[in-house]
Design a protein. Structure first.
Length: 105
């Protein structure tokens, strides 16, 4: 690629936010996900101690990790690790959903 093409591509990618705003946006997503994980684990432990099925909470966690890995694989296809995580995560998510539904019925 020519220098001008690279600069134009960078300008298009960054037209809505500068680097600082992108960093803040990325950090906010990270902190939001961290908050969700803490809350899900709270519910998970509560359900374990009250003898309720926990596979619904586990399916939420594995679905999140699966979607994250799939997105990363689509953006960086040469990293097969993300594809493997996506496949394993999808299997676990479906398994947890099935287990939960069977346990509730």
């Amino acid at each position: 690629m020519e220098k001008e093409e690279i600069l134009e591509k960078s300008r298009r990618e960054n037209r809505d936010m500068d680097e600082r705003e992108q960093k803040i946006d990325d950090d906010s997503v990270y902190h939001g996900m961290l908050g969700i994980f803490v809350l899900v684990f709270f519910y998970l432990f509560f359900k374990m101690f009250t003898n309720q099925p926990v596979t619904d909470m586990l399916s939420i966690l594995t679905a999140n990790l699966t979607i994250t890995s799939y997105y990363k694989y689509k953006k960086i296809p040469d990293k097969k690790f993300f594809l493997i995580n996506t496949i394993i995560g999808a299997i676990l998510t479906v398994g947890f959903i099935i287990t939960y539904v069977i346990g509730v019925i």
